[in-house]
Design a protein around this ligand. Sequence first.
Ligand SMILES: [Mg+2]
Length: 366
Amino acid sequence: MSRIKLNIRPLNLKLKYPFGISRGSISYAKNILVALHFGDIVAYGEAAPSSYYGEDQNTVTKFVNDFIREKSTEEYIANIHKLKNDLSYFSSNIFRLSAPAARAALEMAFWDLIGKINNKSLYQFFFQEDDPFITNGDDFKYLPQTSYTIGLDSLLVIEQKVKEAIASGYKILKIKLGYGYEQDLSILKKINETIKNYTCVLRVDVNGGWDLETTKKMLDVLPLYKVEILEQPLPKGNIRLLSDVYEKSPVPIFADEDCMVSRDIELLAGKVHGINIKLMKSGGIIEALNMINLAKSYNLKIMLGCMIESSCAISAAVSLSPFVDYIDLDGHLLIENDPFSGLSFQNNKIIPSFDPGLGVDLCYVS
Ligand SMILES: [Mg+2]
């Protein structure tokens, strides 16, 4: 009988503004909070399931319950790589659903548990004590700045959101587009006008909302707005078309929806400039680390991104941030009811907590 007890419950995160992307808009992120109780220790993991990837609160709950019921979980405290392998096998051969967010939540909870048992923060598993990231902890110069997302909405609301973002000190805005050429152009113009007196970097994320013709037309105008990165212009599964655009693109193109795990990187290498890695797509930290190493071997730039997540899952991702080129870890900044504390925001960077495990504390669950 395992001494690890599981508790799993819905975690509904309320967005400050409805979050609009080219595929639709949400007011709540319906996440799942996993808690592992081991003696006096409580360890947490979070899933942010997406229907686009075939998951919701019900599939995550069933996956986690079914997996824990089958396994003698205590062995994972000494061997988290076995947990990763068992989760992969269980998802493909027994559960028959990839369930990346469910796997990410369980792996995250075990990282938190192992860190708390050993009194080590997550960073201490990935970085040596003499690593510049650790020793220069005061100014965090090895952490990239985060972008802050401006979701699709009416021009009036977009303008309001951009003004608020600037007032809050955000210096890199990730603009969601995908309404079509004319409307997207008017959004870019409005934002450009709103930020004209500020130093602000723009990135564009289309979530696969453009066709090839729109992508080509937009690539002619994006440099006028000094857009730093164009993310997933074409729908998932159009890598051949993406490679045509990539060769002539004046703006670096990053794959997000097209890049979930390591084997996707093999297909994308030489066809995009960079990839967006998310724990909720990779199925956990270990696979995200594999992806980081593989992407570097192909000279691909790496963005570390997120879904709408509380500080719990964001903290897990932040622990990998010194390894990557670009950070888009703003999920917890977009919600009203973050139940966890521990992360802070300084100089446009998400500053980690160096407390054991994920380093975050549960304050309440609404
Ligand atoms: Mg994206």
